[in-house]
Design a protein around this ligand. Structure first.
Ligand SMILES: *Cc1c(COP(=O)(O)O)cnc(C)c1O
Length: 408
């Protein structure tokens, strides 16, 4: 073991991010390494929910659409998310799920590239992106092709046939990170547009959509942003596209004047045209309150600490001989550790049984999310110790740990 518990205590004592742990409500006896799938509960959320339910809804009733400005909440929360991803004010709105936002962004992007028929995307990435692209291509009936290629072939597969490069910055399974700046430049060089899926990026490390000149982006509210189960996602469109942007889900709240109840659809100005229907105010208030946890936080420090946690965790389990699916180079990865084991599912269940919560992804991957705002060095060190015990003693080798739950 290259590190001792005393080293961990020293690191925690001098950690500039240590004070942010207080902003979260964490259960005793649990080391939570699944913030990449469902973020932990920020303390501010409960107080906000109490207030919103009792006062805004309970007493304000329908008046709260105006008095509490519920109607513009999607754009206000969008701007807060925008600050974490390098998006200018007025370019992000919070709405719907990531899948639905992808549909809208891709529909808009394809209309901006008439005559091009290829949607280029990464093979083996989170399937919803490919499913949505395929479904939209079928619906359009214009012969669009969704072309799946390996991550390292994306750049060379860009050609003047490509309408849109649809790519997830960080692979959900391996944690490998694409070079967003280089791929964006390569896409633009052939006249293609980009849609970046930031599900494993937003809130995890610095993202600068402005600097990479992204066209569109989407992402999740319930992973690193800690907005709660089923929190709405977000969608970004660069200002240069706003005037010509037409998205296919032309719902009434994306109308320029929804309360005119006009016969014809006329899109709202700016990013508001990405809205569809009535926003889920309770979930959106929870996400808004959750974003308080990022106030004053420097995401460069978050990534630097995640990288140190990564080194500690991987060094502490190195003797087990598990293969590391995540790139060793910090620039080439997000903030999760993925380890392979032939019985990854059972090992993960045994870990969860001991209070270390990560998750499993097909076929043989154990994922451990490193979320520096609420994880201490000592937590990650202890989790690695428990993983060592479980593997060296084969404690995972029991029938109950092999039984698959509906959600893994
Ligand atoms: C989590 C995740 C999603 C989730 O999509 P939903 O529509 O919110 O269920 C989409 N894409 C990627 C890459 C993800 O990791």
């Amino acid at each position: 073991m290259p590190y001792t518990i005393a080293d961990m205590h020293d690191l925690d004592r001098t950690d500039p991010l240590a004070r942010y742990r207080e902003r979260f409500s964490l259960p005793d006896g649990v080391i939570y390494l699944d913030g990449n799938s469902l973020g932990a509960l920020p303390r501010a959320v409960k107080a906000r929910m109490d207030e919103v339910v009792a006062t805004q809804w309970g007493e304000g009733l329908i008046r709260s659409w105006n008095t509490h400005d519920w109607i513009d909440l999607p754009d206000r929360v969008g701007d807060r998310v925008g600050r974490l991803i390098g998006a200018a004010p007025g370019t992000v709105t919070v709405a719907d799920s990531t899948s639905v936002n992808l549909f809208k962004a891709l529909g808009a992007a394809l209309r901006l590239r008439p005559g091009r028929r290829v949607i280029l995307t990464e093979k083996g990435d989170f399937p919803t992106d490919g499913y949505v692209a395929t479904g939209l291509a079928e619906l359009m009936g214009q012969g669009h092709e969704v072309r799946f290629v390996a991550a390292d072939e994306l750049a060379s597969a860009l050609s003047p046939e490509v309408a849109v490069l649809l790519a997830t910055e960080v692979n959900y399974r391996t944690g490998a990170r694409l070079d967003m700046a280089a791929l964006s430049a390569a896409a633009h060089a052939v006249g293609a547009l980009t849609i970046w899926d930031l599900c494993h990026s937003a809130g995890a490390f610095p993202v600068d959509l402005g600097a990479v000149d992204a066209d569109f982006a989407v992402g999740c509210g319930y992973k690193y942003l800690n907005g709660g189960p089923g929190a709405p996602g977000f969608v970004y469109a660069a200002v240069r596209h706003h005037a010509d942007l037409r998205q296919p889900l032309t719902g009434w709240l994306g109308h320029a004047a929804p309360f005119s109840f006009a016969e014809d659809y006329r899109p709202a100005e700016g990013i508001a045209r990405m809205r569809v229907g009535t926003p889920p105010i309770l979930s959106m208030q929870a996400l808004d309150a959750a974003l308080d946890a990022f106030e004053g936080v420097d995401l460069r420090e978050v990534k630097a600490k995640a990288d140190r946690l990564f080194s500690i965790f991987t060094a502490a389990v190195a003797e087990l001989g598990l293969s590391l699916a995540t790139p060793a180079d910090p620039e080439r990865r997000g903030t999760q550790v993925s380890l392979r084991h032939p019985e990854a599912y059972a090992v993960m269940q045994a870990l969860i049984g001991r209070g270390v919560i990560g998750d499993f992804r097909q076929p043989d991957i154990m994922r451990f999310g490193l979320t520096p705002l609420y994880l201490r060095y000592e937590d990650v060190w202890a989790a690695a110790g428990i993983l060592r015990e479980i593997i060296t003693s084969a404690a995972w080798d029991r029938p109950e740990f092999r039984r698959r739950a509906k959600v893994v």
